[in-house]
Ligand binder design. Sequence first.
Ligand SMILES: Nc1nc2c(ncn2[C@@H]2O[C@H](COP(=O)(O)OP(=O)(O)OP(=O)(O)O)[C@@H](O)[C@H]2O)c(=O)[nH]1
Ligand SMILES: [Mg+2]
Length: 491
Amino acid sequence: MYRENYIDALRQELLDLVEEHLTPAALKYGYSEIPLEVNIKWRPQVLVLGNYSSGKSTLINDLLGTKVQKTGQAPTDDSFTVITYDDTVSEDDTTIRVTEERDGKVLLNDPEYPFDSLKKHGERFASHFRMKKVNSPFLRNLAIIDTPGMLDSITERDRGYNYQQVIGDLAHVVDLVLVLFDPHKAGTVREAHQSLRDTLPAHTFEDRIVFVLNRIDECSSLLDLLQVYGTLCWNLSQMTGRKDIPHIHLTYSPTAAAGQGRQDNPANQYLSLLGNQREGLKRLILDAPQYRLDHLASFVETHGERMTHMLEGLISYRKKMRLFRVKSHLLGLLFSVAAGGAAFLGLMVTGIAGALDPIIAAAACGGIAVLFWIIWSFVIVRHMGQRKHRKLMEDDDDLTPLNNQARRDTWGSVKERVAAFLMSTKGQFSLHEAKGHHQHLTKVCTQGTREVREALKELASIPPDEEHFLEKPLLNIQIDEPEKPENPGLF
Ligand SMILES: Nc1nc2c(ncn2[C@@H]2O[C@H](COP(=O)(O)OP(=O)(O)OP(=O)(O)O)[C@@H](O)[C@H]2O)c(=O)[nH]1
Ligand SMILES: [Mg+2]
């Protein structure tokens, strides 16, 4: 099969891997309320972020070949717009236009789309979220999300929802993030960077973010452009804390520039020296389906690791509780025998034993021992068990070794879910089954991700335009299903 089909086949294999191997455990142990694949099964997506008036909507309109989004000099658009392909329109109909619009409430509740995780941002966000379907061929394999411009002076409260968190949640779902700046505001990168850095895992951060200095035709000279470029580089390196500067695409919209008579202006001759890197940017966007593969591979890795750690915590909880119960019952047995012995001694000392039939005396002492054991097991052990449960929940960091930062990070992202699961089940779940799931997920993590990475390496080794024949990818993961539990009893 050829490159494009290979990408599709591998994508499907990855989705199947998530659906068959990760989702059942995710739902069972409360790692996720919805099947994990819901977030990743929709088409590849590109998120367009940037300062207000940095030219986000103009870029999107240029790519689509028609004016789909409003543009203007002041902050123009305060909505998130998902722009996707309408495949119900005949391909012969070449008039590109918005064929359908959907509002946020419908979109957030439609299981066809991966936006369930945005519901938590409330009504105010829902009223600033919408979808437009457009019959532009550019969108055949991807969707683009236009966003409200970043405004350093506006606080989260003014927007009525937490803008940074919305950006963070979207960044998790999409495959490529474009961050646009313009020469007038090359210094205001903080909001963009923080939203992304705080929410994306470090290893995906650099691969999936593309920085763009847009509207470069508005620099008054080449020197002006160099100064703006320098400011942006310095700010980005301050934000990332790194000395090496990410690649920054230098672009402008030929239509907007021509509208303002800039291209013909002698002061703008530097533009012909630089060329417009829009074509390169366009190719990057069209490559989003390939980024999706990498995104899916990281998705399997990240969630596999987190769920394995979650199960490790649950198994450790059950083992600690089991040890505690065994010890308490042994102690109870010892005390009961002692209580029976003490009763016998009491009878002897008081001389009552001599007056009683020895069998009756032994039975009375045995009865006392049994009564003690019953009270111990059903009242005292139960009470102490509840205390132990609370103690384990309070000291949840002791449930699993946290000897390096990576483990502290994964544990930090799952420990609330561990606590919620233990609360809702009162700690009553099968240790045997949890061990089976843990073993299963460990195999998925190691074997599955290794195979995925090998398939991606093979894909990367082929130049994009080469007609190279590839074997159908097959993630040949030999993993037995986890065993069904026997009786999920106390031990
Ligand atoms: N000269 C020039 N003008 C541009 C360019 N790109 C956009 N513009 C103009 O800049 C203004 C802002 O562009 P928009 O596309 O609305 O910017 P935006 O980032 O979507 O802004 P918000 O939606 O408000 O965040 C519009 O008047 C555009 O015509 C460009 O490359 N060169
Ligand atoms: Mg806009």
